[in-house]
Design a protein around this ligand. Structure first.
Ligand SMILES: [Zn+2]
Length: 104
């Protein structure tokens, strides 16, 4: 399974990046609200955007962790629906893919 080394590295780097981003979003959200009403309204809107960005980030973190776990278990690269091997080219493009091109 050594040919997954590059993908594993890519996943780990992405994970680091996403975790850093999630922490950044988290610290932005917990800042004390602005006293000025108008500015606070703008901030609330920003917070909502931040929250959805945060949710996407957290989901991606879970997907990547799952993929890394599969690499460790030796089950990585197998379609979760039909059980066929996912083409390497697809995994290179989408390292946390859990389905083959047909099932996606
Ligand atoms: Zn499939």
């Amino acid at each position: 399974m050594s040919n997954y080394d590059a993908i594993r590295k890519q996943l780990e780097e992405k994970l680091d990046h996403l975790v850093a981003r999630a922490q950044e979003i988290d610290s932005n959200l917990s800042e004390t609200p602005n006293e000025d009403w108008e500015e606070r309204a703008v901030e609330t809107e920003g917070d909502e955007v931040m929250l959805s960005v945060g949710n996407v980030t957290l989901r991606e973190i879970e997907e990547i962790k799952h993929a890394l776990h599969q690499i460790e278990q030796g089950t990585y690269g197998t379609c979760s629906r039909c059980g066929t091997k996912i083409p390497f080219e697809r995994l290179e493009l989408l390292p946390h893919a859990t389905t083959c091109t047909k099932c996606a």
